[in-house]
Design a protein around this ligand. Structure first.
Ligand code: GLN
Length: 472
């Protein structure tokens, strides 16, 4: 039995060939065996999981509608609020914080019968690409424990890759679902901005943030994606859109696919070769693949980091030791309480970003940096919009290299930021994008193929992904 395909497992459970408890036991066997080394989870809640499992089983036994993911063990990134289970964002600032409500996407998966088993480790406040800035320690890559799982949703990706969950929720502000999916050899999808509600997603950069899904295969990821995407009046940027993600066939004949040549030039040879091989697979299946290069590519990362740090510095103002979160033990007045709480509660990458963002938004530099970056953002997405008018999708690498050694992380922060080169465009323009395993390098480390399509065209992207998965 393929224990990794969530859709098949849910079917087995609905048909009562497998009990919810059996699948949960199997998952917890994997956590018992691997968790102490991998550090995928910040919180695991077995009691809550078994209670939820009993309720789902009761519904199935009673012949009631149990939902599309009935009985599937799901891991949730620790920046998505969960009622009654702490939500830490990987930070000392929120280490004991328990949300009074579930995030919209958590509500959605729970009502589809999924069993939330725990909260996954992540870069502090989702700032990072290696899941190594968490105050709970780094996540280790199940393929090679000396290496990073990618970030910031690294705990979610590693949990799925190690069988410590069948599906995981993550969030993606500049690549945080896709990069760890790529480094761990699984599928990760970020939908169009506005498709999944941000209600209860702890904000990093609100105009970029979007929840996403991670699973072992395209079918399972697509099923979870369909579940989390729905209109929600509690999020002012939520979009009502009934376009289905269903793709009845994987027939991609005649589809037009752009291959991002400009990015390939900067990639490690093995990554570039795997992506070119994937392009050849699409051509063999009847798609037209043509090379594209983008005029504004070099401005993507600078615009991204100017804008996300600005938004982050403003979003993180709320952690002041007053309303919730960490408060310093000793202080002599209000001012010192703010300063000490933030100094002690935040890690160094968070402080770096708050300082940078405050600078970007400061009176003297606002026009020069923030406004200019906003204009560049528009310019960049204009170019992609034009491309998506002519093409169904763009393909390229998710990352210029495979999973790096943990011992190399954060030697140089700017080098860390360069890791997002291939993924930030999707968030600058709000496009759907995904990572799909497309090979391994000489060390056996997974390589991810990036597929991105026009806004609300998830179905097109998924069709290519399905075709690719079937043909390999
Ligand atoms: N690595 C990117 C950053 O640090 C993306 C993070 C994310 O998508 N949450 O901003």
């Amino acid at each position: 039995m393929n224990m990794k395909n969530a859709v098949r497992m849910a079917e087995e459970i609905r048909n009562r060939k497998l009990s919810v408890r059996e699948l949960l036991d199997k998952t917890f066997e994997n956590t018992d065996e691997r968790e102490s080394e991998l550090n995928c989870y910040i919180t695991l809640d077995r009691d809550a999981a078994y209670r939820a499992a009993a309720e789902v089983q009761r519904r199935i036994d009673a012949g009631e509608e149990a939902g599309a993911l009935a009985g599937v063990p799901v891991a949730v990134k620790d920046n998505l609020c969960t009622k009654g289970m702490r939500t830490t964002c990987g930070s000392k600032m929120l280490a004991d914080w328990i949300a009074p409500y579930d995030a919209a996407v958590v509500e959605r998966i729970k009502s589809a019968g999924a069993i939330v088993i725990g909260k996954t480790n992540m870069d502090e406040f989702a700032f990072g690409s290696g899941s190594d800035t968490s105050c709970f320690g780094a996540v280790r890559n199940p393929r090679d424990r000396e290496r990073s799982a990618g970030g910031s949703s690294g705990g979610s990706a590693a949990a799925v890759a190690a069988g410590e969950a069948l599906v995981a929720l993550g969030t993606d502000t500049g690549g945080s679902v896709r990069l760890p999916a790529s480094h761990c050899g699984i599928v990760g999808i970020k939908p169009t901005y506005g498709r999944a509600s941000r209600y209860g997603l702890i904000a990093y950069a609100s105009s970029f943030d979007q929840a996403g899904v991670l699973a072992a295969d395209v079918e399972s990821a697509a099923a979870a994606l369909e579940l989390i995407c729905s209109y929600d009046r509690r999020d002012a940027t939520s979009v009502s859109c009934n376009e289905s993600f269903e793709t009845d066939t994987a027939d991609i004949r005649g589809m037009r696919v752009g291959l991002c040549e400009d990015v390939l030039a900067g990639c490690n040879d093995e990554v570039a070769a795997a992506v070119r091989k994937a392009a050849a697979v699409f051509e063999d299946a009847g798609a037209h693949v043509e090379a594209v290069s983008l005029r504004n590519r070099e401005y993507e990362l600078p615009a991204y980091y100017a804008l996300v740090t600005a938004e982050a510095s403003s979003n993180l103002e709320r952690y002041d030791g007053v309303k919730y979160g960490y408060r310093a033990a000793e202080y002599k007045d209000l001012e010192e309480m703010y300063v000490k709480s933030r100094t002690e509660g935040f890690g160094s990458e968070v402080k770096r970003r708050i300082m940078l963002g405050s600078y970007v938004l400061s009176a003297g530099y606002y026009d020069d940096i923030y406004l200019r970056a906003m204009k560049v953002r528009r310019l960049i997405s204009g170019e992609y919009d034009e491309l998506f008018g002519k093409m169904d999708a763009l393909i390229g690498p998710v990352s210029p290299e495979t999973a790096p050694l943990l011992s190399d992380s954060y030697k140089d922060p700017v080098k860390e930021w360069m890791k997002d080169l291939c993924t930030v465009a999707a968030n600058l323009g709000g496009y759907p994008a995904m990572s799909l395993p497309c090979g391994t390098d000489g060390k056996g480390l997974p390589i991810g193929l990036h597929i991105m399509s026009g806004r609300f065209r998830e179905a097109v992207m998924l069709k290519l992904a399905r075709a690719f998965e079937e043909m390999r």
